[in-house]
Write a protein that binds this ligand. Sequence first.
Ligand code: PLP
Length: 403
Amino acid sequence: MTITYVDNNATTRVAPEVYQAMGPYFTDDYFNPSSMYEPAKRIARAIAESRQRIARLFGLHDDREILFTGCATESDNAAIFGAARANPHRRHIITTTVEHPAVLDVCKDFERNGYDVTFLGVDRNGNLDIGEFVRALRPDTLLVTIMHANNETGVVFPIEQLSRLTKETDPTILFHTDATQSVGKAPLDLPRQFPHVDMLSFSGHKFHAPKGVGGLYVKRGTPCRPLLIGGHQEDGRRAGTENVPYIVGMACAMQVAADCYDDEDTRVRRLRDRLETAIEAQVPYVIVNGKDAPRLPNTLSICCYSVEGEAILAMLDSDGICASSGSACTSGSLEASHVLRAMKVPVHAAHGSVRFSFSRYNTDQDVDRIVEAFPAVIANLRKISPLWDSQKNEPRISERVVA
Ligand code: PLP
């Protein structure tokens, strides 16, 4: 069976150019970049060139502002722990209720350890209240950590505005953004677009590099202590022998992505929009999450009343369609995603969430296959759902209760 892969916010396939660029570093060029002999120096130069390439793509003049990590989870942890260790007297952090666990769970951990954390909520479209954000800033605020684009809904937060307001209030408050879902999907010139951001996380496997390599932009002069100690690598800011093939691969992937940005914004957006329009036309009682907010061009997050997301995914899977759901099975009972709960999606819709996320490798045929399968999947599940009234063709319960 052919596979229709539309789960690119989870991970992406490695681009052929990337695979090819990485090859020699697994075979002939395997030397430790810290060693003193000439072949090893060649490897160190490959890391340096990759760093310069990524810095240039971010519009940076100083490539030391790019730190290589093992993944975005590490980058997020490094930013938050690093800021806290460098500024032990400030003990207030601002974040949002819709962050990825790589930020949210770290902030909760800080809260358990005596920090005061403000978790800002969002409205039904997934937008933040800017007034509430400004009121949350305090003289003892250490760090603001707010994601750029949401992994579940694709909703994009106004990072330029939030970081500017932060620095206008107090230039010593640090601003970190988890840009894991946006880097590689649109051009990002940091000095021009995000001049007030101090730290920014990204991850190779979201833009066609392999899983297991990420990066953290740390603006020059940002007080941030290392998370990993025990070696001189990365100027002593992230110890551990470098993952050379993956670093080379990530730099190559970012370059290839930069050459495809127009494609992402036109062709990928058109695929997403075509699917969205077809589903809205053919499936009753569907909510498009974040429909009226700025959104990534590749992401479609929907909630279908009276069906379970897991059942939808299982049926799509049997048709060869790989998508994902926002729900997480916790302690035996299904709980709607924290993002959809924060957006106050009605409970009987939030459980029927599905996310389709496209990449440049998707085609119109992929959309055709989903459009062919999806309405029947939902209709069949609703036929056997106690929450669906088949006679009236509407949900039995459609109250606007929060999950
Ligand atoms: N942050 C966001 C917004 C993500 O979407 C993800 C992964 O889905 C992560 C962080 C974690 O990335 P990684 O898998 O590189 O640790």
